[in-house]
Write a new protein. Structure first.
Length: 367
């Protein structure tokens, strides 16, 4: 009888058929998985490229809105184009629109392109700005004519409501002090007035502006003086409570605008303007009443300077005695190009196809 050799390895390996079947099964399982990973990597890469394009568009849109004017943006792109920068182009075109009367309204549209590189990717960025005109044939639209305040060329003086309260308190203290000295013990003699409104209603205000040139500097001093015109014991009608609003020095000839924001009194306020013969004539003076809604229709701001040589133009939101100047802060316009529609588009650098576009942003910018 043949004996078994238990010491030998009985594992004789895999047959060719088993190997082929195993590889087929592994292929069936892993090929879709590998395809999934490949697609995932491709999608992740594409998403990152698109995200960079979106961030580029958003950043550029904010820059456009923050810039002072579309014309400045156009000039910058045009300069880069002239200097031969690859992918940079700029174009401006006039647009003509007709109003109801047949008149022509001229506007300017802008189109700009540039190449933007982020990481290893290049983008084509297209910018278009199309003006939108509001027809105002009924003249029911008004535009503010107040020029921007520039620290280097303008001065601003502001009156607060607290100043009037302080002035009234100042004169009330005069009454209290005078009453306290009666009878040696400060007993109430019936002359003590403790109602602050009585003093507030009796105040008379004068605003003073003084412009002086001394050598190479121009000096501006704007202040206010309150006087009490009522009859209350101990209150001196010749005394005044003074508020110094602003004192400034400018290089000679640099002062262009003065802005006064004041709180109006009951019927009439007085503004006294003085200047020496060499002091400059400024471009614009703005006299702005902060509580106009509280005034009667007969209110007037009286400006005590009949020569009227302190400013080329005076604007106010209340009636003044200066018939030579405009008494308003807004002007009626027939047709106003008030804003432009901005569009920022981002593409792959070598494509202009709509289906390849990463992002399109739209916004509005004032013109």
């Amino acid at each position: 009888m043949k004996r078994r050799d238990w010491g030998k390895n009985q594992n004789l390996g895999f047959t060719l058929i088993e190997v082929i079947l195993t590889m087929a099964i592994l292929g069936i399982v892993f090929i879709p998985i590998m395809g999934y990973f490949t697609d995932s990597i491709k999608y992740s890469t594409w998403s990152k490229i698109k995200q960079n394009g979106i961030m580029t568009a958003q950043s550029l849109m904010e820059e456009i809105k923050g810039n002072s004017s579309l014309e400045n943006i156009y000039k910058e792109y045009k300069k880069r184009e002239v200097n031969g920068e690859e992918g940079c182009h700029a174009k401006r075109e006039e647009r003509i629109q007709h109003d109801y009367s047949g008149g022509e309204i001229k506007m300017v549209a802008y189109q700009m392109e540039e190449r933007v590189s982020v990481g290893f990717n290049d983008y084509l960025v297209k910018i278009s700005a199309e003006p939108k005109v509001q027809l105002n044939n009924d003249k029911n639209y008004s535009e503010a004519i107040v020029k921007p305040m520039e620290e280097a060329t303008s001065v601003k003086a502001v009156e607060t409501k607290e100043e009037r309260i302080k002035a009234a308190s100042y004169f009330m203290a005069q009454n209290a002090d005078a009453c306290s000295r009666l009878n040696g013990e400060g007993k109430d003699s019936g002359l003590l007035e403790t109602d602050l409104n009585v003093y507030k209603n009796g105040l008379k205000k004068e605003i003073f502006m003084d412009f002086t040139r001394n050598g190479k500097y121009d000096y501006v001093n704007i202040c206010c003086e309150y006087r009490f015109e009522g009859s209350i014991f101990g209150v001196d009608s010749t005394d005044c409570y003074r508020c110094d609003w602003i004192k400034r020095r400018f290089e000679s000839g640099t002062l262009k605008q003065v802005y006064l924001f004041y709180e109006a009194d009951v019927a009439r306020d007085s503004l006294v303007v003085t200047k020496n013969t060499t002091a400059p004539v400024m471009d614009d003076m703005y006299l702005i009443c902060q509580n106009k809604e509280m005034l009667s229709s007969g209110y007037q701001l009286y400006i005590d300077n009949p020569v009227q040589t302190f400013a080329k133009s005076v604007y106010s939101n209340v009636t003044t005695n200066l018939v030579k100047y405009k008494n308003y802060l807004v002007d009626t316009k027939d047709n106003i190009a008030r804003r432009a529609e901005i569009k920022v588009e981002v593409y792959p650098y070598n494509s202009r196809n709509e289906e390849d576009k990463y992002i399109e942003l739209t916004g509005m910018k004032g013109m």
